[in-house]
Design a protein around this ligand. Structure first.
Ligand SMILES: NC(=O)c1ccc[n+]([C@@H]2O[C@H](COP(=O)([O-])OP(=O)(O)OC[C@H]3O[C@@H](n4cnc5c(N)ncnc54)[C@H](O)[C@@H]3O)[C@@H](O)[C@H]2O)c1
Length: 257
């Protein structure tokens, strides 16, 4: 049980694909804290699984949203508005790049592959925030997921590192723009977790082992630790924090040699 109460709060979480998804850990934590949730699924192939998971939370809405489709984004928030009235948080936990753009030479990245990765992993935050804003009448919290490959060279990340760098700057720009409306925008930067998305990263298990060996805490993090930080950011406990990139990585990011 988490020591934060979100009773009466409502919000949207994008990025549940299965029970290993970071978004799912976040959903469980927020639901346990008393929040009402709308979960989205990317396509029909994932609907049944997300429906099944959502049923275990008791009463979560489940709605479609392919983040490359503006009409689906608009429809999502229209339906959320009809059901919830207002919302106080938006969790963006989605990313995608073609497998061939996550290995080999970065300079070989195709124009289409670059556009696709940046569109889904970075741009998507903007239209989602745009449509969430009218529902955040009492202020709100936007949380996204990034990775340290935004700042450092991780050979298996290639174009995704560039996408995360863009995403992190979006967090700062949105935080600057929306602070006056009492809407906060932050990112969590988790260490490696074995999820569907991580499977596409060449050498991921080696990367995970190195993180555990070199991090000050000498271990990898858990999905629950990421969820707890997202919960904190969605709650009033973090009311003074915006524009932050918060590493949940057992301290790996501070290490030199
Ligand atoms: N797993 C890790 O080690 C790790 C570390 C740091 C950051 N992250 C980030 O966490 C976030 C969640 O990833 P995850 O590891 O939970 O993997 P995941 O595969 O479970 O989640 C990725 C999600 O993105 C969704 N998605 C992809 N394209 C989409 C689209 N067009 N429209 C809507 N949704 C789409 C997928 O359906 C899926 O639910 C990503 O931003 C990822 O980069 C992951």
């Amino acid at each position: 049980m988490y020591p934060i109460d979100l009773s009466g709060k409502k919000g949207v979480i994008l990025g549940v694909a299965n029970d290993r998804s970071i978004a799912w850990s976040v959903a469980r934590a927020l639901a346990q804290a008393g929040a009402r949730l709308a979960l989205t699924y990317q396509n029909d192939r994932l609907k049944e699984r997300v429906d099944r998971l959502a049923a275990t939370l008791g009463g979560a809405l489940v709605l479609p949203c392919d983040a490359t489709d503006d009409a689906q984004i608009a429809a999502l928030f229209q339906q959320v508005g009809q059901s919830f009235g207002d919302i106080s948080f938006l969790v963006h936990s989605i990313a995608y790049a073609n497998r061939e753009d996550l290995a080999g030479d970065f300079f070989q990245t195709s124009r289409e592959g670059f556009k696709l990765a940046l569109e889904i992993s970075a741009y998507s935050l903007l239209p989602l925030v745009k449509h969430a804003l009218p529902l955040m009448t009492g202020g709100g919290s936007v949380v996204t997921m990034t990775f340290q490959a935004s700042q450092r060279v991780y050979p298996g990340y290639n174009v995704m590192g560039t996408a995360k760098a863009a995403l992190e700057q979006e967090v700062r720009q949105l935080a600057g723009e929306l602070g006056a409306r009492n809407i906060r925008v932050n990112a969590v930067s988790p260490g490696p977790l074995e999820t569907l998305a991580a499977r596409g990263i060449h050498g991921f298990m080696d990367l995970k082992r190195v993180h555990a060996e070199r991090s000050p805490m000498r271990r990898n993090i858990t999905p629950e630790e990421v969820a707890a930080t997202a919960l904190f950011l969605c709650s009033d406990m973090s009311s003074g924090i915006t524009g932050a990139i918060i590493p949940v990585d057992a301290g790996y990011h501070i290490m030199g040699v």
